[in-house]
Design a protein around this ligand. Sequence first.
Ligand code: NCD
Length: 317
Amino acid sequence: MDNPFIGRDVISILDFSRKDLEQLFRVSREMERFRKSRIDVLRDKIIALAFFEPSTRTRLSFETAAKRLGANVIGFSAAEATSVAKGENLADTIRMLDSYADLIVIRHRFEGAAKFAAEVASNPVINAGDGKQHHPTQAMLDLYTILKLFGRIDGLTYAVVGDLRYGRAATSFIYGLTLFEPRKIFLVSPPLLRARTEVLEHLRRRGVPFEEVDSVESIIEEIDVMYVTRIQRERFPDPMEYEKVRGAYRITLELLEKGKDSLKVLHPLPKVDEIDHRVDSSKYAAYFEQAANGVPVRMALLALILGADLESMGVRL
Ligand code: NCD
């Protein structure tokens, strides 16, 4: 079968079609077999992880994915540890990584940083988060998690809760849903943290049914998936603005018990105080499983982009 991923950059989830994602999810399923072993299809590859912003799951799951595929990993997890601290510009750092490695994964606080890196680099670049804008691989694993839990992404009712203004994971998740046919998306946030105009316009253009609401209580009985996010404190230009919304919402077990029996709560993590810790061990919590799914999905993505010979290992493309 064709591999539409080969050599591609991953800047936005909207760079991909539904068909592309369905193939990615099929290969991710196959990668689950190698979650605790190795499939040495990228033995001669080096993957650069350029994390200019903090990360736990994204960086470590990319690293785990690369290693389970037999690749080597180079990189850094803080700009302070690199020559950027000496004033080196992003273009020079990327040019150098491009000459060392076969693929670059980048996270940066500036919107557009990954796109810029992709223009400078000749090797593929994966956006692991650029400011408030995009986090496409998070959306991939979010959608994969829903597919595993419900057997489908279409026809479900979603609530995306929290900081829709500054949250790139929430934004990419909403964009990702528009590639499918959700029954409805509720955008739930305090008025100050509403989704950005470009996101709302995209929803309208795609004809996806959505509604903006202030709180989750009024819609709890309708939803199948609740995607919760933390308030992105570090992205507020004004600390006073943050004080106005801090602690504005909290998901409790009592609230979830009013919803469907099959309701699932997702969260890109890290969570701070927006989910009552009693939810963690309840049947609603899917966020730890979701984080674990980062490994097979990123394995599939790296293998497909780098054109690994998966078929000879018995993996159908
Ligand atoms: C998210 C991010 O960095 O955008 N984390 C992640 O990658 N899982 C969400 C967040 O920081 O709130």
